[in-house]
Design a protein around this ligand. Structure first.
Ligand SMILES: Cc1ncc(COP(=O)(O)O)c(C=O)c1O
Length: 451
């Protein structure tokens, strides 16, 4: 390996980093991570911290999950690649599909379409949703509805249903026919409603209103995260997703659950949809499906949607969609081992307990530091702090202050993620109570530094 001087010298010189300004990366080079074990990462200077980000919401089982590493290595020896486009398949993908079918049976999802990651999964679900209606003879159903603040990756379709201007403005025009309704975000919303249940009802009314305005017969699908993640961890009231399901069913609109971060235990339930007692028509998964060790994803498909495609005799159900790496045997082998470990370790249980501890600790911090305008969490290991410069006006925090908090937290033992005014926490689901305390004390040090 090149020495650390070389790495520091060349850091961000010839790489453009996602979600960053190239000039800012050159001026403030990113942390060079060179190793990891358990829930800890180590940088080029040997500094070791708890990873409060969990890779990027994906390393749910930590960095030392040997069975997944072994499965990847063995698969590379046995069959490193073969396509599953029409005419060929591989043993691992057949096996995985049966395991996923069992795993997702309580969600009513019985078929898998494989992808290389979350954005691919979203794109797949959007495309198959339109196709479903065409197969059924309702070709006019092409529009998509989604939530403001929602995050659905960065492909052109995903960006079009995204609910955050940062991922949209510089890339417009986006896909026509995509419309957004207010998110059930109690801290800031156009209704000035702070009661979560009342707000959920208002957002559902907005959805009904938008459907009436567009015409139900023009809408293909509604896509939502069961708990909004990248947009700042926004858990809706428990009535919200069931309410969305009811409205979608009433109007013949498909419900796509974007569970790229919530599937496989993060919310304290096995899936976010199950957390709210909802069965979606499509579920987008990726990330933790291989513990982040291999780029892979699966769109799970409900039985009724599957039947519509499978019983088609018109030819319209032939799928004109897919990726070279759909059903990659190494990804499938990784996912098989990962699912096995995830089930053995019963990760939602620990996610719920540790998540409650983390949430409580963050609420305690809010009591001590006025910069913390809102604390969100309470559903497994996904929490956020929304920082403000003045709690009375909710004026957003300045970049320098939030960056200082992150930097000092890092020096004090925890990597945390800054996204706009939010500090987002999505650690591995195998976190211990000590690790939770490390994250909290590191954050405290960060806030102290600004006091
Ligand atoms: C809910 C959701 N959907 C889609 C994506 C996009 O996934 P990827 O970055 O793997 O393309 C993400 C990524 O964080 C996500 O959180």
């Amino acid at each position: 390996m090149k020495d650390s001087n070389f790495l520091k010298e060349m850091n961000a010189r010839s790489v453009w980093h996602p979600m960053a300004h190239p000039a800012d990366c050159q001026a403030n080079p990113p942390t060079i991570v060179t190793g990891a074990s358990g829930v800890r990462i180590k940088d080029v200077d040997g500094h070791e911290v708890v990873d409060g980000v969990g890779g990027l919401w994906n390393v749910n089982l930590g960095f030392s999950c040997q069975p997944i590493k072994d499965a990847i290595a063995a698969q590379l020896d046995q069959l490193p690649y073969y396509s599953i486009f029409r005419g060929t398949t591989n043993d691992k993908v057949i096996q995985l599909s049966e395991e996923l079918r069992n795993f997702f049976a309580p969600d009513g999802l019985t078929r898998a379409f494989y992808t290389s990651g979350g954005s691919d999964s979203v794109e797949t679900a959007l495309r198959l949703a339109r196709q479903y209606h065409k197969v059924r003879g309702e070709a006019g159903r092409t529009k998509f509805l989604s939530l403001k603040k929602g995050y659905h990756g960065t492909h052109m379709g995903g960006a079009s249903v995204n609910g955050n201007a940062n991922f949209r403005t510089q890339y417009e025009p986006l896909l026509p026919g995509c419309y957004h309704i207010p998110a059930p975000y109690t801290y800031r919303n156009p209704f000035n409603e702070t009661d979560p249940e009342k707000l959920a009802q208002l957002c559902l009314q907005a959805l009904e209103d938008e459907i009436a305005f567009q015409g139900a017969g023009t809408v293909a699908a509604f896509i939502m995260e069961p708990i909004l993640g990248a947009g700042g961890v926004i858990p809706p009231h428990e009535s919200f997703m069931p309410g969305v399901r009811e409205i979608c069913t009433k109007h013949g609109i498909l419900l796509i659950a974007d569970e790229v971060i919530t599937a496989f235990g993060r919310t304290g339930s096995w899936t976010g949809s199950r957390h709210w007692g909802v069965q979606p028509d499509f579920m987008c998964t990726a990330k933790a499906i291989t513990n982040g060790y291999f780029p892979f994803g699966a769109v799970m498909i409900a039985e009724n949607v599957a039947e519509t495609f499978e019983k088609d005799e018109s030819g319209r159900a032939a799928i004109g969609h897919g990726y070279t790496y759909s059903g990659h045997p190494v990804g499938a082998a990784a996912a098989l081992a990962c699912l096995d470990e995830t089930l053995k370790q019963n990760v939602p249980e620990n996610a719920a307990v540790r998540g409650a501890e983390l949430h409580k600790g963050l609420l305690d911090l809010q009591g001590a530091y006025g910069l913390i305008g809102d604390v969100r969490g309470g559903h497994g290991l996904m929490c956020a702090l929304e920082l403000v410069s003045d709690p009375a006006t909710k004026a957003p925090i300045d970049k320098a202050t939030i960056n200082t908090i992150q930097e000092v937290a890092y020096q004090n033992g925890a990597m945390v993620r800054v996204s706009g005014p939010n500090i987002i926490l999505s650690p591995p689901l195998i976190l211990t109570e000590d690790d939770v305390n490390t994250i909290l004390s590191a954050l405290k040090a960060g806030f102290e530094a600004t006091a």
